[in-house]
Each structure stands twice: as structure tokens, then as C-alpha cells.
Design a protein around this ligand. Structure first.
Ligand SMILES: [Zn+2]
Length: 183
């Protein structure tokens, strides 16, 4: 998900948290037919043994690095990124927490709405260049997920943070925000 309001400060402060070895991955977009195929695929869960794999951890670092440097590929900073957006169909995404200005990682996430209340905002996406639109989503959600060590955790989000995790979870199902956009 892209942030319509600029969050430069958060991006700058987060750049220090990554190993200098991290590299920027290519962001897949719907403008390329082959890339769109990957974006439209349902992603598979991360397996228990992968949590101990250094290649997997390298990928996690590179994925975050790519989000932090997304301004170079697109002029609006990212507020979230999912693994299929760099060509890996695995159930992993990051979002920027708008309350704490920190990036958070979610592996094998499951989202449950809290209540029936919905809200909408203007969304954009690194994989859908030059389009923004209003999408209706649950206002409050609970997310169950695993952290980078495989530890199971639960968090609750509302408003923009809830919208961000729902946008990214859709990527893992092969769904893009344009599919849900209001006319
Ligand atoms: Zn997106």
C-alpha cells in the first residue's frame, strides 16, 4: 500500500535498522503480463523449517529494504509491501504502523474483523502504478501471525493501520485494491 500522506521521517529513521548488505528487489506491477500473473496468484504459507533458514531472513531484510527505497521506483513512499510484489508467492508482508512510525513484519497472517463497522480511504499500490481509489474495509481487525522467529502473536488494529493490513493480506490472496475500488 502506498501512503498518500508523505511519511518521510519514518522512512529515514527506519533506514538504520537494516544490514548494509540488503538489496533492492524489483517491484512487480500489473503493467507487465508475466508479473501480473505472480501478483494474481494465491501465496503459500511459510513452512516451519524456513524460519531457521538464513536465505529466508535475507529475503525478509531485502523486502523491507525495497519498501524503504520504493521512492526510487515510484514517487510516493510505501506504507506496506507484500512478498508477491517482488515475485515471491509466500505469505509474508510488512506494514508501516502509523501510530509508532515503525515497520512491522507479519508472516502467515490471519485477519478477523472486530465488529461490522467499515471505513474507506484512498488507497494506492506500488504494483498498480498511477491509480488511486477509495476502498471500503473493516475499521477494526485482529491479526494472528508469526514473527521472524516463528513465534505466534496477536495484534489489534483500527482505522489506517487496520486498512493497511487488509490491503497487504489481499496481496497474499492475489487480490488487488482495484478489484474492490468504488466506481
Ligand atoms: Zn499493494
Amino acid at each position: 500500500m502506498k501512503v498518500v500522506k508523505k511519511r518521510q521521517k519514518a522512512l529515514k529513521s527506519n533506514c538504520d535498522i537494516l544490514p548494509t548488505m540488503s538489496k533492492q528487489l524489483k517491484i512487480y506491477t500489473i503493467e507487465n503480463k508475466e508479473e501480473e500473473k505472480i501478483l494474481r496468484e494465491k501465496s503459500v504459507p511459510v513452512k516451519e523449517e524456513q524460519f531457521k533458514d538464513s536465505k529466508f531472513h535475507e529475503f525478509l531484510d531485502n523486502l523491507l529494504y525495497t519498501a524503504l527505497n520504493s521512492e526510487e521506483q515510484d514517487n510516493v513512499p510505501a506504507g506496506g509491501i507484500a512478498a508477491p510484489q517482488v515475485g515471491e508467492n509466500i505469505r509474508v508482508f510488512y506494514t508501516l504502523n502509523y501510530d509508532t512510525d515503525k515497520w512491522q513484519l507479519f508472516i502467515n497472517p490471519k485477519i478477523t474483523p472486530i465488529g461490522f463497522s467499515k471505513t474507506s480511504t484512498i488507497e494506492g499500490c506500488l504494483s498498480v502504478p498511477n491509480i488511486e481509489g477509495e476502498v471500503l474495509r473493516y475499521r477494526k481487525v485482529k491479526i494472528n501471525y508469526q514473527d521472524k522467529n516463528g513465534k505466534r502473536k496477536t495484534k489489534k488494529f483500527k482505522d489506517i493501520n487496520a486498512i493497511a493490513v487488509q490491503h497487504e493480506l489481499d496481496h497474499l490472496e492475489g487480490v488487488l485494491f482495484i478489484d474492490k475500488m468504488k466506481e
